[in-house]
Ligand binder design. Structure first.
Ligand code: HEC
Length: 159
């Protein structure tokens, strides 16, 4: 061994792998396997989209908690939210029901909303309307009243 046609095997080639290197090598393989297992949708169901969804869910909860506090303390709109019920009765009740139970339009009692359940979502929908039958009230009511009635809707399904 060691020589063929004058070509010599280098002695260093026979050296054993240093122990530290061998350990590192095994640990990396193990890490790789565990990593593959944990983050493959086929095994644990982990997906990037899922992670995004969870983060958005948490964020929404935080926004809602913040808004509920704001509305409850009256910090955001002063007394204007009080006009909400009146505006609702005159402009919204014929489609969404006296008690937000729904009618021509969907129920506004939650917890599921097509266009989102935050105060900002309601303001947006009420201001601009939607393609499927919700009229926009931005022009008719103006920003202040839209916020008041959005507050009312928001308050009804969060309190
Ligand atoms: C002419 C009937 C009508 C009137 C009046 C009306 N809505 Fe609607 N509203 C609808 C319909 C229909 C939808 C569903 C729209 C869709 O699916 O795109 C809707 C949707 C909504 C949504 C979104 C619900 C969701 O699930 O995301 C909110 C919030 C809402 N309306 C609030 C109001 C408020 C507040 C008023 C009064 C200022 C009002 N609406 C007046 C018909 C009406």
């Amino acid at each position: 061994m060691g020589e063929f046609d004058g070509i010599k095997e280098r002695e260093e080639g026979k050296n054993k792998m240093p122990l530290g290197m061998a350990v590192l090598f095994m640990v990396l393989i193990l890490f790789g396997l565990i990593y593959l297992y944990r983050y493959m949708p086929q095994t644990t169901g982990w997906t990037q989209a899922g992670q995004y969804e969870r983060k958005m869910e948490l964020h929404k909860k935080a926004v809602i908690t913040h808004e509920v506090k704001e509305v409850a303390s009256g910090a955001s709109e002063g007394g204007k939210a009080d006009k909400g019920p009146d505006i609702y009765k005159s402009d919204c009740a014929m489609c969404h029901g006296e008690n937000l139970e729904g009618g021509i339009g969907p129920a506004l009692t939650g917890p599921k909303f097509i266009y989102g359940s935050t105060l900002a979502d309601h303001v947006r929908v009420v201001t601009d309307g939607t393609q499927n039958g919700m009229p926009g009230f931005g022009k008719q009511l103006g920003a202040e009243k839209v916020r008041a009635v959005a507050h009312y809707v928001f308050f009804r399904h969060t309190k």
